[in-house]
Design a protein around this ligand. Sequence first.
Ligand SMILES: [Zn+2]
Ligand SMILES: [Zn+2]
Length: 753
Amino acid sequence: MPRLSIEVQGVVQGVGFRPFVYRIALARKLVGWVRNRPDGVEIEVQGGEAALDDFLRALRDEKPAPARIHAISSRMIEDHSTESVFTIRASGDSIATRPSVPADLAICSDCAVEMDTPEERRYHYPFTNCTYCGPRYSIIAGLPYDRPRTAMHTFPLCEACEAQYRDPSDRRFHAQPIACPVCGPKVSLKDANGVLRAEGEAALQAAAAELKSGRVLAMKGLGGYQLLADATSDSAVALLRERKHREEKPFAVMFPDLDSLSRACEVSEAEVVVLQSMEAPILLLASRSGVISEGVAPGNPNLGAFLPYTPLHRLLLGLVGRPLVCTSGNLSDEPMCIDDEEALERLGDVADAFLTHNRPVLRPVDDSVGRVEAGALRLLRRARGFAPLPLPVSLEAPVVLAFGGHMKSTITLLTGGQAVVSQHLGDLDSPQGVSLLSGTVDDLLDFFQASPARLACDLHPDYASTRLAEHMAKERGLPLVRVQHHHAHIAACIAELDLRKPALGLAWDGSGYGTDGTVWGGEALLVDGPRYSRHGHLRTFPLPGGERAVREPRRSALGLCWEMLQDDAAAADLFSAVELRPLRRMLELGIHSPRTSSIGRLFDAVAALVGIRVGTGFEGQAAMALEFAATSSKDDGTYGITLDDGVADPTPMLQELLADRRHGTDGASLARRFHASLADLALAFADSAGREDVILTGGCFQNRLLASLCTQKLSNRGFRVRRPALYPPNDGGISLGQAWVAAQWDQQFDLGV
Ligand SMILES: [Zn+2]
Ligand SMILES: [Zn+2]
């Protein structure tokens, strides 16, 4: 009888792959075995030739949805066995050299049907899961991934669950978080003082009633506490905003089902696939008016929409029967709460009631956020469903730990041919944010039993992430590689797409520490492997009052006009005389006015000049408003930005725009022309650099219109446009780029610092 030896590489552990192999072998009456190996699974299988062919086909085509196969290789071997059955062999101890931590998965369709069926013992059970779905990363304490090392270790299995757990033909064979109403976690409803109000089904009913009457509910979800409110009620949304101290930043909305989601948003087939995938991220969709309260995403034509991804969400949304605002349980930009006591303390003034349960959440995992462009998913926030799945990297490198940036922070551990990027950790302005970052460092090092040989961080000396990296470098006597912010942005894209050729990278964002004492953000860098040189940049202008300009776009307008026109009259009327005097003084004396080449600040300046937005509630709000205005316009004009010796001068653009404004051209057309002129600039940079591959990244390329205009212009001229997809173009991707650069660092080369 022919016998095959097969190796499967990829993410195939903790996703029900071995039981799947067992079943397809059994169905074809094949004998042999399957076992885990460090980077995948190993199979030996024996039987008729046709059956073996069909087995290989099934291995590829019918694999469990959460499995990711990087490579399958098979070869004929000698028949040396005497076995008469197919078995799942235990993995040896030597197995954990290149482990992977599985990501949390949305409820699968089998489990959904089961919990909707009254005859099933898991009918309406809020913690139903199986080998193919349910919590993973958020409940794992250590590797290898086994129940005793999860948050489920305090729930001994009942007889019925035990039998399923042991049965290789069952969907719950080795499902570590397996649970049922008899042996598993239970929900309860507490008031804002922590007093128990109801348990089980009654708790869900009472929670639904709270939401229906316009109150705010804190709910312990998969990766931490969330805040929920009726998204169709203006007063409920206003109440949540007021209590959460979040004035205008858009909220995401969870819909009971696809039907209700389609009534509120335009959704394509490709978007439906992503919404219903096991990652089930929040997707930014074009919203239809009239369904969701205006207060959910004021002035924003898009809505962050998603579907219930845990049994608990499904039950609650089913009872309420309306879309709900579903946002991280925190105050402004702090990390989300995972601990029950802490949640009561921190969210007691925000929520009227707490829907909670007794399964601990071991680490906060936020919802991922993305957008589908030209059929492909692009993530803006990478967390639940994606983190901490590894990215294969083709580098022979020492173990590197990279600490990331300051906003939207992540860390990256590069080890054993893979880069593990943490979940989105949020901003590092609060002590909670910093302690989450350092906890995540311990977490990843512990999971992978890794000991870094070098560390990486940003050039910015004042980032909390830089200080943590410096501390660890000193403590452990390790080299610390400081990677320039925009270089890291571009390197992250190179790492993700495994680009080998020298390329031009356009990294456009709000701000990053430059090597020349200015604040960078409109950069054109030539990259060759881990090295870069600065090919060009936006002409710099001063920001009166520095950081304050981020929250006050009119300050960027003042600095821009001052510099480019030597006349600030066009921006001066955005200020009162009392406000203006000290700012002009700063500009005259050149004090408290850092110079920047930031395209993000250019966006702010233009938004203020166009009259679209003067103040701002959150970073990027003015730029977003400008994008939305431009998107609504069909104007095909453009303005001049000259490129001379690498310096992009927006003076002609500014003059033409102000002339148009005087002539009464509408704001949307001005905004559109501004976008078009930036796309022309991208093309001018590419022409002057002469590299076929052009990378577009940085926070500005979250702007869908800018990205598509630049892509069109560049592709039409024959350039190959490269953009990050599953690692965000914003600062969430910084740690990946840092790790990739630092991995190749040696004493010989200068990082330009
Ligand atoms: Zn399932
Ligand atoms: Zn049970």
